[in-house]
Design a protein around this ligand. Structure first.
Ligand code: SDX
Length: 424
């Protein structure tokens, strides 16, 4: 096994290499501080691996994304979201019998405790649905306190996957002042969510197949993405042996940020602004390049992908298809496409390998489906739920799992005495 050599202050050290199943190489620096008394420093963790994981593989240079070895392009067209949940969490695509049982359990655990409905009464009508989602998911630990590795983890996984779509739909109904619509056991996972979102007591609503299929695809595409900010947060929080619900709630909060899952909401707001400003693409592309401006092209760029995000490719194609099937003509889709064209020939974007990411086109589809902008990141969270759970489970099942506790380099004042108040 070849090693990596480090020469530090005249001493030479060797560290073992770790090779992944796809040929990735890591330098095992577990013993770095013990042997050298130095630490590695990598703010933003761009060159730092936090774990070994068998769940999702991304090749950023080639634009490859695979869940448990299956290409995202194949899963997107051949698997349901419930199948992908099972695959990510348990490692294999379910058999027919396993899928039937898993789906049935998801159906039977969709209701939330009636007392939890009262929590929604305390939220102002203007509350962002992500605030409600993270609060409600954490509150599930008040009803199911033992959600750790030893306390029937499979039951708590089913509870979380089943109830999170109910909480999401209730958050939407709360934000528009409509009564909650209860889940219906006759519906599939996606149909049930759409029914809870769009049905009203006064009339029947049958979720159209085009919406069910579009939602299924959107959730599959968002289901996991290895050690992104929110998944790393779930692992961080779970590493102290916090229960499943509170760990996932932390992930929801991390996803909310506009640099992460909150970008899908910002993309639509930005496209609207560009349209209202006479579709002056060049102005906004130039603004995004201007270092003195905080403006960025939301939905563009990625820490890992230095090629097209494969999910963005699929979503761009799906946007055309879904809007066509729904008979929706959304000018923002053309704005997005033209903005992409202008950016992708601009040297600033080309030289930095900035391409559209998963958030660039997803909002166009959500809009066409009738989902409001403030619910877009909730939709991202619904999709990412199985990924967060899979990583939490993988981390907690580590035989020598340790609490995550990074080091730092201190740059503050060295030792000094306290001056009496009158002398400061
Ligand atoms: C998601 O990690 C994941 O896997 C995330 C995700 C998942 O599935 O979990 O894929 C989901 O979060 C997608 C990303 C959504 N966020 C956005 O679309 C926000 C806009 N993009 C960025 O702010 C940025 O690209 C990030 C946050 C996505 C990545 O940030 P990095 O890796 O820290 O890159 P950086 O900020 O260091 O940028 C490198 C250079 C800088 O310029 P220079 O210093 O080299 O001159 O590229 C520039 C940046 O200024 N840059 C952009 C830009 N993104 C990067 N310039 C203009 N517009 C942009 N969008």
């Amino acid at each position: 096994m070849s090693t990596a050599k480090l020469i530090l202050e005249g001493n030479e050290y060797e560290f073992p290499l770790v090779r992944g199943s796809e040929g990735e190489v890591g330098i095992d620096t577990v013993a770095l501080r013990k042997h050298t008394n130095a630490i590695s420093l990598d703010p933003g963790y761009g060159s730092t691996g936090s774990c070994l994981s068998g769940i999702t593989f991304i090749d950023g240079e080639k634009g490859i994304l695979r869940y448990r070895g299956y290409d995202i392009e194949k899963l997107a067209t051949e698997s349901s979201f419930v199948e992908v949940c099972y695959l990510l969490i348990y490692g294999e695509l379910p058999t027919q019998e396993e899928l039937l049982s898993f789906s049935d359990r998801l159906t039977r655990h969709t209701l939330i405790h009636e007392d939890m409905k009262k929590f929604f009464e305390g939220f102002p009508a203007t509350a962002h649905p992500m605030a409600m989602l993270s609060a409600m998911v954490s509150s599930l630990s008040a009803y199911y306190p033992g959600a750790g590795i030893d306390e029937d983890l499979d039951l708590n996984i089913v509870r979380l996957l089943a109830k999170v779509k109910t909480v999401a739909a209730f958050s939407y109904k709360k934000s528009i002042g409509q009564p909650f619509i209860y889940p219906r056991n006759k519906y599939s996972y996606c149909a049930n969510f759409l029914h809870m979102m769009f049905a009203v007591p006064a009339e029947d609503y049958v979720p159209p197949k085009v919406l069910i299929d579009a939602l299924n695809l959107l959730l599959v595409l968002h289901a996991d993405h290895e050690q992104n900010c929110s998944t790393s947060t779930v692992r961080m929080v779970g590493s102290s042996q916090t229960n499943l619900y509170a760990s996932i709630s932390a992930g929801i909060s991390a996803l909310w940020g506009p640099l992460h899952g909150g970008a899908n909401q910002k993309v639509i707001e930005q496209l609207k602004m560009i349209r209202e400003d006479g579709s002056n693409f060049r102005k906004y592309v130039d603004l995004a390049k201007d270092k003195s401006s905080p403006f960025r092209l939301m939905g563009f760029g990625h820490r890992v992908y230095k090629n097209f995000d494969p999910r963005a490719r699929i979503l761009k194609k799906t946007a055309d298809e879904v809007l066509d099937q729904l008979g929706v003509d959304d000018p923002l889709l053309d704005i997005a496409k033209q903005l992409e064209e202008v950016a992708l020939v601009d040297d600033y974007f080309v030289s930095r390998k900035l391409y559209p990411n998963v958030d660039f086109y997803s909002g166009i589809i959500y809009r066409a489906m009738g989902i409001p902008t403030n619910m877009f990141t909730v939709m991202f969270a619904l999709g990412r739920m199985p990924g967060w759970i899979a990583h939490w489970k993988e981390m907690r099942e580590e035989p020598r799992g340790r609490i995550n506790r990074p080091r730092q380099i201190y740059t503050g004042p060295t030792q000094r005495e306290i001056k009496p108040l009158e002398e400061r």
